[in-house]
Design a protein around this ligand. Structure first.
Ligand SMILES: *[C@@H]1O[C@H](CO)[C@@H](O)[C@H](O)[C@H]1NC(C)=O
Ligand SMILES: *[C@@H]1O[C@H](CO)[C@@H](O)[C@H](O)[C@H]1NC(C)=O
Ligand SMILES: *[C@@H]1O[C@H](CO)[C@@H](O)[C@H](O)[C@H]1NC(C)=O
Ligand SMILES: *[C@@H]1O[C@H](CO)[C@@H](O)[C@H](O)[C@H]1NC(C)=O
Length: 674
């Protein structure tokens, strides 16, 4: 379908005229294709996202964003040297950090500020935007290189552009200023690309982020520049790294890569580049219209998780792809970038596997790598993590011994400024519409409120009341001006799910392509979903197993002591923490004894924060026995022993949602209880 996405849909005679125009244009394009010309326009996406602010978090999810706002993310502008305002006023380093810290911070704090309606954050990001736009130079360049002789590379601006787009979505009064500045920059960037300028090795891996910005301009504000925009997309792709080959099975690395030769530039096997590169082929598809780009994107996603995946939903790359062993690391930046890429893949391709995995990453890998109060974060998390401390030697071939400490900026500063995008972008992608904008689709399950106007002026509001993923039940109230079809994602792990509409008897859910359709009449409709799931066992290396139920992965939470290694001089809450195990963690479990325990929390509310030891209302118990299990280096768990002997009496242990554990065993050896 070689037509640009249509943003405006109206009812009545206009729609008919529009329909005629569409078929006329389609016949023209069909003719030009016959004549051997490539189709014009951008291919449509499977779903359209909603503007920032349309979808608000409710209940515990709102609280989670408040925790983030009260934690490191919401306060770093006050003291953290890479993004602090005092540096900006004093020595201009706030601005000069556009490449890359300021740009990252801006991208994550805009949705945070809008979704919790925080005036302080909103003022901070507005000042940042104003400063950058007011200092665009006459050539069109944006950023700290203005009025300097610093080299000009394109990439540092891409997260800033993502942020500026979100600001326009939340506040359309900014449209003209931002769009004018972007078009001016695009014209310069196009010339630079034709002259072979503006790219270095990192920019060559991350070209797709700029392509997505160009596609936003094309879809919403082309201003007659369609040809220049598409030419710039093509220039970025052809000058950038070849993701269509990197993700091919014949070249894709099937193990940790430290001893493998990469046939492509080495940075393509870097974890964060790959997380961002997942967007390259769906973005390419929009201007090539070539189904093979979507097939390759889908295949690449599968290969990545097959050979490097974790039960927590994410994959391992401690700088470079790290295979399946449970002691290897996953960088926080790649967690949030994979969440964002997965949302985009779902919106372009429509395959529910992307949404299922994004939900698992968000509810497991993301909270696991921050302290409950979100003041300290790791650089690398481990699936089996028996200490968070300076480890010498350490299990990460290309990262330092301090990488799994929970702190302000362990190993590298990037994730301090980049992690804030995780939760709010998950929320702003939790609902989408169908391309005709007649239907609303609830993608990521959790508590929300949404107000939007669908095609034909159909004003719709939705509230979802639930503790999911800490409950199987979701109560959705939909109020609509006109009848329409509402869709809700039914995750692949649901077994015997039911839906009850307006108090009628529950019926089995019947999803098509992952979505259950509900015919909503004008007025108010109440939908109660019950989405239970069975405990499932995932096979892991060395005969070990991982335990899941629904979106949550369960791990043994190792009792820990905490030592403050250092505290920031200006902000004593920004601490570096060492965690050491204070109890036994060397257990084998009997998978046949796993038992789920779910309780409704008292008062119907979850504790705040919820992602810390002993807090979630869901647990799984297992019969376990003590075993011998080596410690490697100083201090990480050696590979799980295969078929170990019990060294003592069997006992019952409790497994907790992975996101609440900070020291843990997530991949267990097994034994057979008698
Ligand atoms: C560049 O520096 C000059 C001299 O300080 C100043 O007048 C001008 O406004 C600056 N240009 C931009 C785009 O910031
Ligand atoms: C589509 O992609 C395939 C595989 O990369 C390629 O061989 C083919 O030439 C492409 N077709 C078009 C029309 O670009
Ligand atoms: C939707 O509208 C209702 C009623 O005006 C309001 O309470 C709610 O906060 C709104 N939600 C969003 C996401 O704006
Ligand atoms: C473990 O729990 C099961 C089920 O509750 C119980 O039958 C069994 O006796 C317990 N085993 C031990 C060793 O406590």
């Amino acid at each position: 379908m070689p037509l640009a996405v249509v943003q405006d849909s109206t009812n009545g005679p206009l729609t008919m005229l529009w329909g005629l125009l569409v078929s006329f244009l389609a016949s023209l394009t069909a003719r030009s294709a016959v004549n051997g010309q490539s189709p014009t326009g951008l291919a449509p996406k499977a779903f359209l996202s909603l503007p920032l602010g349309t979808i608000k978090p409710a209940g515990w999810l709102h609280d989670q964003l408040i925790v983030q706002t009260n934690g490191l993310a919401g306060h770093e502008h006050e003291f953290y040297h890479y993004v602090s305002q005092s540096d900006w006023i004093g020595g201009n380093s706030y601005y000069s950090s556009l490449e890359e810290a300021g740009s990252y911070w801006f991208n994550g704090m805009i949705p945070t500020g809008v979704l919790v309606n925080d005036p302080t954050i909103q003022t901070q990001v507005q000042q940042f935007l104003d400063y950058v736009l007011d200092h665009q130079d006459s050539t069109g360049w944006l950023g700290p290189e203005v009025n300097t002789t610093k080299p000009r590379y394109l990439w540092g601006r891409y997260p800033f552009f993502f942020g500026a787009i979100q600001m326009v979505e939340a506040n359309p009064a900014l449209t003209d200023r931002v769009v004018t500045a972007l078009h001016k920059f695009v014209s310069l960037a196009n010339t630079m690309l034709h002259d072979g300028e503006g790219l270095e090795d990192w920019a060559k891996t991350r070209w797709e982020d700029f392509v997505m910005v160009l596609q936003w301009l094309y879809d919403f504000h082309p201003n007659g520049q369609e040809d220049l925009l598409v030419d710039t997309m093509k220039m970025l792709k052809w000058s950038g790294d070849p993701w269509e080959d990197v993700f091919k099975e014949e070249y894709f690395p099937k193990s940790a890569v430290e001893n493998l030769p990469n046939p492509f530039p080495v940075l393509t096997w870097h974890g964060v580049n790959m997380a961002e590169g997942l967007k390259a082929l769906p973005a390419t598809y929009r201007f090539t219209h070539n189904q093979s780009d979507l097939d390759a994107a889908s295949k690449g996603w599968d290969l990545l998780f097959q050979y490097h995946g974790r039960p927590s939903g994410i994959y391992a790359a401690d700088e470079y792809l790290a295979g399946l062993e449970a002691d290897r690391g996953t960088e926080l930046c790649l967690v949030v970038e994979t969440m964002f890429s997965g949302s985009y893949l779902y919106q372009v391709i429509g395959d529910p596997k992307f949404a299922d995995r994004v939900e698992r990453i968000t509810y497991n890998a993301l909270p696991a790598t921050l302290t409950g109060d979100m003041w300290s974060r790791q650089y690398l998390q481990q699936q089996n993590q028996i200490a968070a401390k300076n480890m010498t030697p350490n299990p990460f071939p290309n990262d330092g011994p301090y990488s799994n400490v929970f702190g302000l900026e362990p190993n590298y500063p990037c994730c301090t400024v980049n992690h804030p995008q995780g939760w709010p972008k998950f929320i702003s992608n939790a609902f989408v519409t169908t391309p005709d904008q007649k239907s609303l689709v609830h993608v990521y399950l959790g508590p929300y409120s949404v107000n939007t106007t669908l095609a034909g002026g159909n004003k719709v509001s939705v509230t979802v009341d639930t503790l999911y993923p800490f409950s199987d039940t979701l109560t959705t109230t939909i109020t609509a001006k006109n009848a329409f079809t509402y869709h809700v994602r039914i995750p692949s792990w649901v077994s015997k799910g039911t839906i009850a509409i307006n108090g009628a008897a529950p019926k089995s859910v019947s999803p098509k392509n992952g979505l259950h359709a509900v015919s909503v009449k004008a007025g108010t409709t109440k939908v109660v979903l019950d989405l239970p799931s069975d405990i499932t066992i995932e096979s892991r290396p060395h005969g070990s197993v991982a335990v899941h139920r629904g979106p949550l992965h369960y791990a043994y939470d190792i009792a820990r002591s905490q030592k403050v290694l250092t505290a920031n001089a200006q902000e004593p809450r920004a601490v570096d923490l060492e965690f050491d195990a204070t109890g036994r963690w060397q257990y084998a479990i009997d998978p046949d004894t796993l038992t789920f325990h779910g309780s409704t929390p008292s008062g119907g509310n979850l504790p705040s924060p919820v992602f810390d030891s002993g807090l979630p209302p869901f647990t799984i118990t297992a019969t376990a026995c003590p075993i011998d299990w080596e410690v490697a280096g100083d201090t990480f768990a050696a590979v799980p022993p295969t078929n170990p002997a019990c060294t003592g009496e069997a006992t019952n242990i409790t497994l907790w949602p992975f996101g609440a554990t900070k020291l843990r065993i997530g991949e267990f050896p097994t034994f057979k209880a008698t």
